[in-house]
Design a binder for this molecule. Structure first.
Ligand SMILES: [Mg+2]
Length: 267
């Protein structure tokens, strides 16, 4: 036997009355319209982690602008980031976007379509050095140029596998590769040997800081080097670096790709 529909009055009481009570009683309305953000009840350490994730995002997007040292409360968080899967994943996603863009570039075939790569923390990774020295530049581990220099001249700095993937694909697409680094001219031989030893080859130029470039900001020095390339008829299609100073300034690339680096900032 089919059941008969509920009377209209009953429907009113089910749906309309609770709505009326919400509108009439402001306290009810306020209680239901304020919700706590996820994680706001978490422990103190989780709150610090949450802050450090936000700090890292601000750094990577350049919203932080110039910064000198890792916040001391974020050293552990940066250590976990670098040791965990997120760093590699972040890097990999950026490489995929870079490759997707590179595929859209019409290579003219005259050797003038350039892709620029920075070296440290872009093609080569000094993560081993920084893991042994506070996971970056911090108040407790200020930058020690002498010790860092000793690391560089060993010439055994490893490559990121994901960078090698990007580099080789860019080369295969037919771009002219220019390496533009903040390393000094006296590191040319060790840098070239190091790069070849870990699998890089086929770059057109390796541009290092000469005596005239000492004391200049990286933004200024790198912009001028890119400007010189443009004056020589090159078209800078893509640029990859771990610092905003690799990418910004003048004579910028058609597309720039910032790979992650929460360890230090170079203006
Ligand atoms: Mg770099």
């Amino acid at each position: 036997m089919a059941s008969s529909p509920p009377p209209r009055g009953l429907l009113m009481s089910f749906f309309v009355l609770p709505l009326l009570s919400l509108l009439i009683n402001p306290a009810t309305s306020i209680r239901t319209s304020i919700i706590k953000l996820p994680g706001s009840d978490d422990s103190r350490s989780s709150a610090a982690d949450t802050y450090c994730e936000s700090w890292r995002l601000a750094v990577e997007t350049n919203n932080a602008g110039t910064w000198d040292v890792l916040p001391s409360s974020c050293v552990d968080s940066v250590a976990r980031y670098l040791n965990g899967e997120q760093y590699g994943s972040d890097y990999s996603v950026i490489v995929d976007y870079a490759l997707a863009f590179a595929k859209t570039v019409n290579i003219s075939g005259d050797g003038k379509d350039v892709w620029i790569f920075d070296i440290d923390e872009t093609l080569l990774t000094n993560i081993g050095y920084y893991m042994a020295h506070g996971y970056g530049i911090s108040r407790s581990e200020p930058f020690d140029s002498k010790r860092y220099n000793e690391w560089v001249v060993r010439g055994t700095t490893p490559a990121f596998a994901v960078s090698l993937r990007l580099y080789n694909a860019i080369k295969k697409f037919g771009f002219t590769i220019v390496l533009l680094t903040g390393r000094d001219e006296d590191k040319r031989n060790v840098t070239e040997t190091n790069l070849r030893d870990v699998g890089y080859s086929g770059w057109e130029r390796l541009l290092l800081r000469g005596p005239e470039d000492q004391g200049r900001t990286a933004t200024n020095y790198k912009s001028e080097q890119r400007s010189k390339l443009i004056n020589q008829g090159f078209k800078i299609r893509g640029n990859t670096g771990d610092q905003w100073s690799d990418l910004l300034g003048f004579a910028v690339a058609d597309r720039s790709f910032k790979v992650p680096n929460p360890m230090y900032y170079i203006p």
